[in-house]
Write a protein that binds this ligand. Structure first.
Ligand code: GDP
Length: 295
């Protein structure tokens, strides 16, 4: 993940470290390299521009230029600004609701919603929560069965919906069931189309109104690069998202989405998907990610 970006930035770092003295020109050259590296990693252009402007301003300040090791000081600025870009703090899942706390999963088909629902259920079960999975994906053949199978393998309960039911009816029945059986958390998986369409957005909006989720997570495939951010923005305009899950960061994704999502959508990345397996979910730590990128 992010190997290319990391490699290129390390090259810049090496050059900076090698300079006994730094001038504004040195810094401008280094920033040009950083800019190229970020663009190649599919970081969105407005994000790159803001980032570079911010780093440049700080790096050309007296504090950095007059420091004992200016190269190191610039690297520190890049690290801090990368961390800030991704949201600084880890944003935890918020389950502070009158039980059952509802987590609504949104995203395009194939983004990893069903897999991520199961991963979250596993995580919460590990925290001794009584978790119910449910699916209203009545359009994709076998989606509900996929969730039921995953739930069974995790020994987590799954609401018994089927593809002949209407999504809103499934939602209402799930809520009723979860209340009567005292579940702590319901993870509600929804249908995802291949692209954003009005019918899909209208449906998930209605589900949102009915379920009143405390968390509405947008699941997006990091391999989509720039499109990941555009889709996140489109969903964010329809739904009050509370966070993003970036999946498939184990693949050969260039990873730019990780750096752009927060800045463009204003929503924190809460988790990253790092494998197909049910244990392949990690909390997202901006600082650690920045360190990983800078090597
Ligand atoms: P949905 O249509 O959004 O419900 O997507 P699925 O959960 O069915 O996932 C689509 C495909 O992506 C499946 O083959 C999953 O195994 C795979 N997948 C999901 N998350 C990850 C991940 O973090 N890493 C990898 N490598 N594969 C993933």
């Amino acid at each position: 993940m992010l190997e290319n970006l990391s490699g290129r930035l390390q090259q810049v770092i090496k050059t900076l470290r090698g300079q006994a003295r730094l001038t504004e020109d040195n810094i401008s050259d280094a920033m040009r390299e950083v800019r190229m590296a970020l663009l190649e990693a599919d970081v969105a252009l407005p994000v790159v521009k803001d980032f570079i402007a911010q780093v440049k301003e700080r790096a050309q300040g007296r504090e950095v230029l007059q420091s004992l090791s200016p190269g190191q000081a610039v690297i520190q600025v890049v690290h801090e600004e990368l961390t800030r870009l991704m949201g600084e703090q880890n944003s935890e899942l918020n389950l502070a609701a009158v039980p059952p706390a509802i987590v609504l999963m949104a995203g395009l088909q194939g983004s990893g919603k069903t897999t991520t629902s199961a991963k979250l259920a596993r995580l919460l079960k590990g925290q001794k929560k009584k978790v119910l999975l449910a699916s209203a994906d009545v359009y994709r053949p076998a989606a509900i069965e996929q969730l039921k199978t995953l739930a069974a393998s995790l020994e987590v309960d799954c609401f018994d919906s089927n593809a002949t039911q209407k999504p809103l009816d499934i939602a209402a029945a799930t809520l009723d069931y979860a209340r009567r059986h005292y579940y702590d958390v319901v993870i509600f998986d929804t249908a995802g189309r291949l692209g954003i369409d009005e019918a899909m957005m209208a449906e998930i909006s209605k589900l949102h109104t009915l379920l009143k989720p405390i968390e509405t997570l947008f699941v997006v495939d990091a391999m989509q690069g720039q499109d990941a951010v555009n889709t996140a923005r489109a969903f964010g305009e329809t739904l009050p998202l509370t966070g993003v899950v970036l999946t498939k960061l184990d693949g050969d994704a260039r990873g730019g989405a990780a750096l752009s999502v927060r800045h463009i959508t204003g929503k924190p990345i809460k988790f990253i998907g790092v494998s197909e397996k049910v244990d392949g979910l990690e909390p997202f730590h901006p600082e650690r990610m920045a360190s990983r990128v800078l090597g």
